[in-house]
Design a protein around this ligand. Structure first.
Ligand code: S3P
Length: 435
C-alpha cells in the first residue's frame, strides 16, 4: 500500500489548479452513449477508477472506447444481449446501469467490490420493479441480476434524497410506455435532467420531474462536450486554503451548477472570501473559475436538512475545517454518510479522535467546538477516497507527522491528488510504498 507522510505546512498555500472532469457528469454522458449510434467525444473525462468502471461496463456491452489522456471517444453500437460486469467501487456506475439496463432487452449481471457489495441497492430496485423490471438482488445488495425488457411509467416519490436513484428511474423511464413523474424530497444534482433537456413538471416546484420518452432526443451532439471540473474534487483545495491563514487558491473551469455549489455557500458562511471569474455555459452546465482567499478567522457553519444534502460529498473535508472554526459546528441529517464508500461518519469521528479532537457522535451527524489543535496520527481511511483526501488536509495543520494509509484510494476519484498536494504544499508530503 502507499502511505502518505505529511508534515505541518509552514507557509500559506498559493496556486492555480485545473480540476479534473466531473465524476457525475462523466458517468451520465458515457452511459447515455449506449443509446447513440453516433460517436461521442468527451474532453476532460473524469480520470478516476470510478469513471473507468463505467467505461469498462459500456465496452462489455459492445461499445468501442478510445482514451487519449483526458479525452474519451465512444463509438460503435451496443451489440450484446447478455453481459456480466464489475462496477468496482462505483455506486454511480452500478445504480445508473441498473436503471438503464432494466429497460434494455437482455440478461445483465452487475457486481461490485467488497465496499460496493455492502451498499443498499433496494432503493434503486424497488422503483424499477414498480416499472415492471425483473431484478434480483442478493439480500438487497449486489450482485444484481436483471432481465431487461419494456417498462411502464410510474409516479414515484423518492424516500431518500438521492440523485443516483432519481437518475436510475429517469434512465429506465426512457424505455417506458408513457410519462414518468418523480418527486424528490430535496433537490439533488440535476445533471441528468440537463442532458435530457427535462423541465420540472410544474412551475415553482423544482422537486417534481416529468419525463416523456417521446420528447427526449439523445444523440452524439447532445453528449459530446467538454466535461466541467468536479467541484467535489475542487473542495479539497478550497478547504486546504481555508485551513492556512493568508492562502489563496484558484480552481479553473469548475462546474458551477447550482445543485453542486452548496460548498461555496458553506465556505462563505465560515468566513472565507470566494469569487468566481470566466463564467460561461458548457453543454447546459454553468462553469467558471473559483478563487478562495483565507484572510481572517473562521467561524462555525452548522448544517442540517437540505443544506447537509447539498454538500453530502464534501462533509469529510468540511469536518476537518470545522476543527479550525470558532464556535460549535453541528452537522445533522447526515445519516446517508453511513452508506457511502465507507461509513463516513464513523471514519470522520474515529480519525478526528485519533488526532486528538473532542467530537460528539450524534448518530446522524456530529458536533464539535472549535478551534482545536490537531495532533499527527496514523489515519485509516477505510479505503475511502474522500476520507483519505480530507485527512491529508488535516495533516497539513497537525503537530508532528500524519500518516495516511491506503493513500492509493484517492485514485477512485482524483488520481492526480497527491501530486497536486505535493506541488501546492511546498513538498511537506512524501509518498512511500510500505507493507
Ligand atoms: C451522485 C449522487 C450522490 C453522491 C455521489 C454521486 C451522482 O449519491 O454522493 O458521489 O452522481 O448521482 P446519492 O445518490 O447516493 O446521494
Amino acid at each position: 500500500m502507499t502511505v502518505a507522510h505529511i508534515k505541518r505546512i509552514d507557509a500559506p498555500l498559493h496556486g492555480v489548479i485545473k480540476i479534473p472532469g466531473d465524476k457525475s457528469v462523466s458517468h451520465r454522458r458515457a452511459l447515455l452513449s449506449l443509446l447513440c449510434r453516433e460517436p461521442v467525444h468527451l474532453e476532460n473525462f473524469g480520470p478516476g477508477k470510478d469513471c473507468q468502471a463505467t467505461l469498462d461496463c459500456i465496452e462489455r456491452l459492445g461499445k468501442t472506447v478510445k482514451v487519449s489522456g483526458a479525452d474519451v471517444t465512444i463509438s460503435g453500437e451496443m451489440s450484446v444481449r447478455e453481459a456480466e460486469f464489475d462496477a468496482a467501487n462505483s455506486g454511480t456506475t452500478a445504480r445508473l446501469a441498473m436503471g438503464l439496463l432494466a429497460g434494455m432487452p437482455g440478461k445483465w449481471t452487475i457486481r461490485g467490490d467488497t465496499s460496493l457489495s455492502k451498499r443498499p441497492m433496494e432503493r434503486v430496485a424497488a422503483p424499477l420493479r414498480e416499472m415492471g423490471a425483473l431484478i434480483e438482488l442478493t439480500d438487497g445488495k449486489l450482485p444484481a441480476r436483471i432481465m431487461g425488457g419494456r417498462l411502464k411509467s410510474i409516479r414515484y416519490e423518492l424516500p431518500v434524497p438521492s440523485a443516483q436513484v432519481k437518475t436510475a428511474i429517469m434512465l429506465a423511464a426512457l424505455h417506458a410506455d408513457g410519462v414518468t413523474e418523480i418527486r424528490e424530497p430535496i433537490v439533488t444534482r440535476d445533471h441528468t435532467e440537463r442532458i435530457l433537456g427535462l423541465r420540472p413538471a410544474r412551475e415553482n416546484d423544482a422537486n417534481l420531474w416529468r419525463l416523456d420518452p417521446s420528447e427526449v432526443r439523445i444523440n452524439g451532439d447532445v453528449l459530446s462536450a467538454p466535461v466541467p471540473g468536479d467541484i467535489s474534487s475542487g473542495t479539497f483545495w478550497m478547504v486546504a486554503a481555508a485551513l492556512v491563514q493568508g492562502s489563496q487558491v484558484t480552481l479553473k473551469m469548475v462546474s458551477l451548477n447550482p445543485t453542486r455549489t452548496g460548498i461555496i455557500e458553506v465556505l462563505q458562511k465560515a468566513g472565507l472570501q470566494i469569487s468566481t471569474q470566466n463564467l460561461r455555459e458548457s453543454a447546459g452546465e454553468p462553469v467558471g473559475d473559483i478563487t478562495i482567499t483565507r484572510d481572517g478567522s473562521l467561524h462555525e457553519f452548522s448544517l442540517a436538512g437540505k443544506d447537509t444534502a447539498a454538500v453530502i460529498d464534501e462533509i469529510p473535508a468540511l469536518a476537518v475545517m470545522a476543527t479550525q472554526c470558532k464556535g460549535q459546528t453541528i452537522v445533522s441529517d447526515a445519516g446517508e454518510l453511513r452508506v457511502k464508500e465507507s461509513d463516513r461518519l464513523a471514519a470522520i469521528i474515529q480519525n478526528l479522535r485519533k488526532m486528538g479532537v473532542n467530537i460528539l457522535d450524534t448518530e446522524s451527524g456530529f458536533s464539535l467546538n472549535g478551534p482545536q489543535q490537531l495532533s499527527g496520527a496514523t489515519i485509516n481511511p477505510a479505503a475511502d477516497h474522500r476520507i483519505a483526501m480530507a485527512f491529508a488536509l488535516a495533516g497539513l495543520i497537525a503537530d508532528g507527522e500524519t500518516k495516511i494509509l491506503q493513500a492509493e484510494c484517492a485514485d477512485i476519484s482524483y488520481p492526480q491528488f497527491w501530486q497536486e498536494l505535493i506541488q501546492i504544499s511546498g513538498r511537506v508530503v512524501q509518498l512511500r510504498e510500505e507493507q
